[in-house]
Write a protein that binds this ligand. Structure first.
Ligand code: ATP
Ligand code: MG
Length: 553
């Protein structure tokens, strides 16, 4: 890439460079470790792109690992959707797909190893008692009364825990670290709990499960991960991460590095909240186009390239910040602008009748598919006496600076002729039902165009004779931005106008649009063919973004 050398590296790349230079590691091996308890969202995309990107950049490896150590919340539906989303984003795990639950035997052995070293003990305290003994940020903790149990007894009791001889919550295995540590995570954290639950992968084999802070470093170590990149909330857990790999005597211990999460301003991110909208039926599933789940963005018409570009623009840092939706929208516009055809579609139709155009006559006019990309070629559009135009392109009494149709005004019909408004029809309720024009045959767009008149407005149209009637969906933020994302109870403040469905007319070739095909509809924005609700010959178009942008790079 041009200018590659001058692009400054982010802080994680600088740390990796240092590790490689000092010989701490010889390669780079990263992972993305989702918990399969929901669909991925734009925040996860950042982590996926970062981790897989680093592996690629340094010629290393990237693992996809399901962190399925918690048997209550996980589902195989989520495993499948996560695999699909990670692959779609372009992250390649090749044959390195792993499940943390495959390591339960090894983790158990490590726990036994710690017990034998005198670094872990079984406690009979209840969860409440453990919390009491833990102390607070300002007060040190108190030693667990079972802290000095003999190694033999700990071992026997841990085996009994595993054999199912105790009830849930009656015993735990704790790491023996330091109840007086200023870091609460280091005050003899629980590393195994009893839970008589069926696990989707290991079934009823286990009734004890490792805690995240114990399991995660071991998962990394077992896979030979070098740089375990996670988000900032784990910064305080790093000493425990390091303790686990040290006391388990891992030969090549992985290193944890934290970065700031990606948040979008005024947008529902966070699996928990998205899940709630899905479960209470507010949205049409995890891939509702109003969501920033990866599946929702894909259905809306976002491309992997646009999401990668967005993540790149956000950068990687240690300080918390939020990004704007405008920037994500900018990225998809820039990506699609040169790639897709620009066609005419009338979202809110109003009939236009050209009084001096012969009835029954049809002609074909030339239209360029994308003036920025010659490779997309050109097409013929049909023209006849009756057309559809946008409702908003006619006004009976226009304000100043309105250059579209109004009585007496002349405009250009895109790819066609100049037309002059000579009248309009109204129904009993006062609604305008048709606009009447005359056209000037000399003003046909193309080499024979002749006119000494200038017009200020150009409007688009489709031929009423052969246009396809389709369903078009327009979106607004699902959040009521005036009120903010969440109310006091943590529910999303919904914008009642987040979805508008329209009966629209589009150029006839759009009838054959296939799922995920995207287009620019001139003046109206970028649209993508809905994969769920379209039927052969009856496409449904979702607006990805309008053309207006407030974001500038
Ligand atoms: P959520 O916060 O939405 O509930 P999570 O953190 O529970 O997500 P996990 O499946 O545990 O989801 O996360 C997998 C990986 O994705 C973790 O390494 C986590 O740090 C990272 N991740 C999650 N949310 C974000 C985000 N907003 N920005 C960047 N990385 C994220
Ligand atoms: Mg999590």
């Amino acid at each position: 890439m041009e200018n590659n050398e001058t692009v400054s590296k982010n802080f994680i790349e600088r740390e990796i460079d240092k590790d490689l230079k000092e010989g701490v590691y010889e390669t780079v091996h990263t992972r993305f470790p989702p918990e399969p308890n929901g669909y991925l969202h734009i925040g996860h995309a950042k982590s996926i792109i970062l981790n897989s990107g680093l592996a690629k950049e340094y010629g290393g490896k990237f693992n996809l690992r399901f962190d399925d150590t918690n048997p209550t919340k996980e589902k195989s539906e989520f495993v499948e959707s996560i695999k699909e989303d990670v692959a779609w984003l372009g992250a390649e795990w090749e044959d390195r797909l792993f499940f943390a639950s495959d390591y339960f035997d090894k983790m158990y052995d490590y726990a036994v190893f710690l017990i034998k070293k005198g670094k872990a003990y079984v406690s009979d305290l209840s969860a409440d008692e453990i919390r009491e003994y833990r102390g607070t940020l300002t007060e040190p903790g108190k030693d667990d009364p079972f802290r000095e149990r003999s190694m033999e007894e700990n071992l026997r009791m841990f085996i009994d825990m595993k054999e199912g001889k105790y009830e849930d919550g009656s015993h735990v295995l704790r790491a023996k670290i330091d109840m007086k540590s200023s870091n609460i995570n280091m005050r003899d954290p629980i590393i195994y709990r009893i839970a008589h639950l069926t696990h989707q992968n290991t079934g009823d084999k286990w009734c004890i499960y490792p805690m995240y802070d114990f399991a995660h470093p071991l998962e990394d170590a077992i896979e030979g991960i070098t740089h375990s990149i996670c988000t900032l909330e784990f910064e305080d857990h790093r000493p425990l991460y390091d303790w686990v790999v040290k006391e388990c005597e891992i030969e090549m211990p992985p290193r944890q590095i934290e970065f700031a999460k990606l948040y979008l301003n005024n947008v529902v991110t966070g699996k928990r909240y998205i899940k709630k909208l899905v479960e209470d039926g507010t949205v049409d599933g995890w891939d509702d186009p109003r969501l920033v789940s990866i599946a929702g963005l894909r259905r809306r018409g976002y491309t992997p390239e646009s999401i990668r570009r967005f993540v790149e623009l956000c950068g990687v840092s240690k300080s918390q910040s939020t990004a704007e939706m405008d920037m994500l929208e900018y990225c998809i516009r820039e990506d699609l602008k040169p790639k897709v055809k620009r066609l005419m579609a009338v979202i809110h139709p109003l009939k236009l009748i050209i009084d001096n155009y012969p009835e029954g006559q049809t002609e074909e006019l030339d239209a360029v598919n994308n003036p920025e990309n010659e490779e997309l070629g050109s097409r013929k559009v049909t023209f006849s006496r009756e057309l559809w135009i946008e409702e908003e392109d006619f006004m009976e009494e226009p304000p100043k600076k309105y250059f579209r149709l109004f009585p007496g005004n002349e405009v250009r019909l895109m790819n066609a002729y100049f037309v002059k408004c000579v009248g309009f029809d109204k129904d009993d309720s006062g609604k305008i039902t048709a606009v009447h024009c005359t056209y000037d045959p000399l003003t046909k767009q193309g080499p024979d165009f002749k006119s000494d008149r200038k017009v200020k407005g150009t409007i688009h149209w489709v031929n009423a004779q052969d246009a396809a009637k389709v369903r078009v969906r327009l979106y607004e933020n699902i959040v009521d931005e005036e009120k903010g994302v969440y109310d006091e109870e943590g529910n999303v403040n919904l914008n009642p106008a987040s979805l508008t469905e329209c009966d629209s007319y589009v150029e006839k070739e759009l009838k054959e649009a296939k799922a995920f095909d995207s287009f620019q509809f001139v003046r109206n924005g970028f649209f993508c063919t809905d994969y769920k609700d379209s039927k052969p010959g009856e496409p449904v178009f979702n607006r990805i973004v309008s053309l207006k942008s407030s974001f500038k790079l």
